[in-house]
Design a protein around this ligand. Sequence first.
Ligand SMILES: CC1=N[C@H](C(=O)O)[C@@H](O)CN1
Length: 301
Amino acid sequence: MAPPSRNPNKTESARAPGVRRRSLLASAAVLGAGALGATACSRVPTGDTLARLKSQGTVRLGIAGEAPYGYIDEKGEFTGEAVELAKIIFKRLGVDNVQPVATDFSSLIPGLKTQQFDVVSAGMYINKERCQQVIFSDPEYQMLDSFIVRKGNPKGLHTYADVVKKKAKFGTGTGYAEIAYAVDAGYKESDIVILQDPVAGLNAVEAGRIDVFGGTALTARGVVRKSRKAEATEAFAPLVDGKKHVDGGGFTFRPNDTKLRDAFNVEIHKMKKSGELFRVLKRFGFTKDEMTDLTAEELCK
Ligand SMILES: CC1=N[C@H](C(=O)O)[C@@H](O)CN1
């Protein structure tokens, strides 16, 4: 797995304006072709997204520039566990091409709902709040949290309760589930420093603008890999309703796309059973402990 760049300028230019423009232009082209396809082929049922995608031959994936889930690697190519899984699964569903569309994490659900992409492919955690807006596949992985802190962890931060107790300056990514974990632990929401992505979080920790950045354990581990000033804390389970909580990340679909989601789930389950899913995720740093039998139904509760 290519580690994410630590150069904020490089990251910005690699993942935001140019790429987004290109993606949206390409998406517009895809949309045009799709609309034409749907008109030309009257047998594509209205509202049947899977049939439309098959007819177009391309599916647009919403990604959020976060390694190892969905990101642009050092060769400038879109990759990540969710992107690679999507490539395999959509091909098996009869859709040969994937077109990633990069955006902020907090824009993934709004972008999905406004048709900017067809599925969110960013390893998004499945939780009650999100399940009121969208539907999820069963999770392809389960995950704990970790903090990015300065080397040596000078404030001794290992949990959200520590962050509150030690009056540490807390930051996390825009739209991240970690916002709620900090607030549940007693951190004032308006005091949270919201950052664009984990690379921006690392930069903020290194520069001393924040003491700690909260993210998934794999995100934190990956992003500090080349840092001389920061490290990732040991993975831990955040508390939800006072109980230790294990998250699960899956693919996100529009509420009406149950047929597409169900077809996707069939393939995910086949890949879990055969061991193929782990073989794909292993390349991105996942371990056997992060494979899961959790279901979206359980995580939505
Ligand atoms: C893969 C991922 N999961 C968390 C979430 O879903 O909010 C955030 O940490 C952002 N990235």
